[in-house]
Design a protein around this ligand. Structure first.
Ligand code: EPU
Length: 412
């Protein structure tokens, strides 16, 4: 799929932020931890969610979907996840933890996801092993079995959102206490813990540890997914880099966006917090910045590529260091085709002030896709983005939302 983006002089209007992708995927899997009915609200209609629903239906889950609400009922579950859709999304890895809890074993194809360099699942597997599960890695699939059913201590070498949630899923129905050291405590993890607590789980977060006291069973619940801080940040960056723009963001969670707001303000983008909205005003004077990416509350890795585009408008040289996904740099080559002076050296991305011109480029992953749309909106002429399909994996109704604020985009 190719998208044509035409230069935009000013963007005006309202954006309604959708439910978080990275919380929706584990919340959907979390619903499988009970035989009872679970109602999930604010689930974005995106490709990753649609693919996950295909997989869980094959596992035996009954799924009813109406707009952004999903009703799930998981009375009987198979423990084999050999559907090739698994390799289309990374979030399918949550089925490992969930099936271990429900069926004590799982056999699953390797999960896929956006190509951001190497994306191992060793922390997940080592977490399961630390809990006493037996992990066997075959060429095509992974098999994990419960040899005993008691909690234990899991220590992660580094912070991982996915591995933290996966180990919580595997541990929540085990006997006794599980302690997770060095967990991710990103808002998406807390959203899942909150859902589990409503389902009857006993989970505490204390001193950078997650403490889980195992319970015998979990019950159904109704849970509202959090709003997507990355989608909010994406539109904030877009509005901020087009001079004289004024975009009102609704549903943005201000607490989750605190550091993003601080960084963007320092870059010269005017952001006003209202009671239930955020007003972002674009500037023609972006200030240079030196940004260190990290797990929340640091600046998020998922906005790195879009931030790169915005910093091409800053005078002087800006830098971004992303130790979370240092190989998430495929966008740099595409931006160079548009005249951007951007390169990476020893883990640091250097961005010099550049005149961005339209070109034929290729999206290499989800956030690169959005970044190239931002580049297209500020480049003279028409920009053609090949493989824009990635965008639909994680942004809900992007064409409608972009058009609503006056960005001229078209799928050709
Ligand atoms: N890591 C390992 N081994 C593992 C797991 C992670 O080495 O077993 C490393 C990763 O390579 C990375 C770091 O640990 O360097 C952090 O990875 P993390 O596990 O936190 O990321 P993830 O669970 O694979 C989720 C999101 C990503 C988001 C990251 C960080 C989903 C499905 N994906 O990935 O979302 O970038 O957390 O917040 O939830 C995106 O939305 O564009 C996206 C890529």
């Amino acid at each position: 799929m190719i998208m044509k983006v035409t230069k935009t002089n000013r963007i005006l209007g309202d954006i309604y932020i959708s439910g978080s992708k990275n919380a929706a995927l584990p919340c959907i899997c979390c619903a499988l931890l009970t035989k009872q009915k679970v109602i999930l609200q604010n689930i974005p209609d995106i490709e990753d969610v649609r693919n996950l629903l295909i997989i869980i239906k094959k596992l035996g889950v009954k799924v009813k979907r109406q707009n952004n609400e999903i009703i799930l009922s998981s009375k009987h579950l198979k423990s084999e996840v050999m559907n090739e859709v698994v390799s289309k999304l990374r979030g399918s890895y949550y089925l490992m933890g969930v099936l271990l809890a429900r069926t004590s074993k799982v056999r699953m194809l390797y999960p896929g996801g956006c190509n951001l360099g190497e994306r191992p699942i060793d922390y997940h597997l080592s977490g399961f092993e630390q809990l006493g599960f037996k992990v066997t890695k075959e060429k095509e699939f992974i098999e994990i079995k419960a040899e005993q059913k008691e909690g234990g201590i899991v220590t992660f070498p580094d912070i991982s959102l996915g591995a933290t949630i996966n180990v919580i899923f595997a541990a929540v129905l085990l006997k006794g206490i599980t302690i997770i050291n060095n967990p991710s405590l990103e808002p998406e993890v807390l959203c899942v813990i909150n859902m589990l607590t409503k389902m009857g789980a006993n989970i505490k977060v204390e001193d950078q540890q997650v403490i889980i006291v195992g319970v015998k069973k979990l019950t159904g619940t109704t849970h509202q997914n959090i709003y997507d801080r990355i989608e909010a940040g994406s539109y904030m960056l877009l509005a901020g880099v087009v001079p004289n723009s004024r975009v009102v963001l609704h549903n943005a969670n201000l607490e989750h966006l605190e550091l993003i707001i601080t960084v963007l303000r320092k870059m010269g983008i005017k952001i006003t917090k209202n009671q239930d909205s955020l007003v972002v005003e674009g500037t023609n004077k972006i200030h240079k910045a030196n940004i260190l990416i990290g797990p929340y509350p640091f600046f998020p890795t998922d906005l790195q590529q879009i931030l790169t585009v915005v910093l091409t408008k800053a005078s002087g040289t800006s830098t971004i260091e992303d130790p979370v996904f240092p190989s998430r740099i495929a966008h740099l080559k595409e931006l160079r085709k548009m005249g951007a002076y951007v390169y990476e050296d020893k883990g640091i991305i250097y961005i010099k002030e550049s005149k961005i011109k339209s070109a034929k480029v290729q999206a290499t992953d989800l956030r690169c896709a959005f970044g190239l749309i931002v580049a297209g909106a500020i480049a003279n002429g028409n920009t053609y983005i090949k493989d824009i399909d990635y965008l639909f994996r994680g942004y809900e109704k992007p064409i409608e939302k972009l058009k609503a604020i006056g960005i001229n985009v078209q799928i050709i």
